[in-house]
Design a protein. Sequence first.
Length: 350
Amino acid sequence: MRILVTGGAGFIGSALVRYLVGEVGADVLNLDKLTYAGNLESLAPIAGANNYQFVQGDICDGPKLSQVIAGFRPDHIMHLAAESHVDRSITGAKDFIETNVMGTFVLLEAARHYWSGLKGEAKADFRFLHVSTDEVYGSLGESGLFGETTPYDPSSPYAASKAAADHLAKAWHRTYGLPVLVSNCSNNYGPYHFPEKLIPLSIINAMEGQPLPVYGDGSNIRDWLHVEDHARALHLICAKGRLGETYNVGGRNERRNIDVVRRICALMDRLRPQSSPHDRLITFVTDRPGHDRRYAIDAAKLETELGWQAQETFDTGIEKTVRWYLDNEAWWRPLRGEVYAGERLGIVKA
Ligand code: NAD
């Protein structure tokens, strides 16, 4: 099985590549532009494997995509390359439209051209998995869950760009017959997560005795999934999902942001008692514009149809994650020093 992964140097992409190369035994080509969010150090555990190769490339570059696809001849394409940080999309949406919308279009066209030239089993077995987010559904109230048929209602430029890309992927299936699947996942956490996102930022700031910024009153709710559970789900959806279908992925782990940060503080109190109590560092800051109240995923279709189950609870996953950041300063320290120092992003000036 030859799998082309786009965005494989990112947080989720690298977890997927480590899983496909290290555990599934697939031949993987990772195509990644290496933006600020791409980091080849996240692939160090499998970088020397003979079933892994890396190509630096932009998904907006059609000729390059065609050349890479023709040379590698993938059985599956798993598309994760994206601009992914909501706050950065508020500050400037251009890169989000270019990569998430135009890049997905260019990749779909390159995939369609390649797939239409395949014959027999190779053509029948080809798959294109478009990886997306639950943020396309907008915000939930106090109750209810996002299902696969929940109407799209994106709030941020990031979510809107992903929604556009999801529609393109679905249209390429309906119009051209390209064997497309779409997955929409809740918030991920785990190792190798770029330290601009809530969980790694809070862990690293707690380690350094810096303020732990919490947006608004901290009561916004996210549904957390360990990134390695997501990687397993993506492989399953691509291999066994029904063509043209959407699969929601989530761990049934709803938490208020403030409770996530308090949990990290409690773990830090246990693992680094000398700087306790860490919750004295919690600082409420101006809310994110357009901040969705609540996300929660109904993953029943993935669970019943494809037999997927999350292996980590939030409690097991968050403890492993805090320990990972404590043990892997060599991974995050250069990012903190040279790429992103923890400053506030995504404030709209009056
Ligand atoms: P990330 O920002 O950590 O990584 C994105 C990767 O894409 C980086 O390696 C970057 O270099 C690469 N990239 C960006 N623009 C590119 C381009 N034009 N061409 C080629 N490569 C490019 O993102 P992530 O958190 O790993 O998310 C991966 C995918 O999963 C995204 O599509 C995202 O929308 C989706 N998703 C993320 C979450 C989450 O909680 N992080 C949840 C659900 C879905």
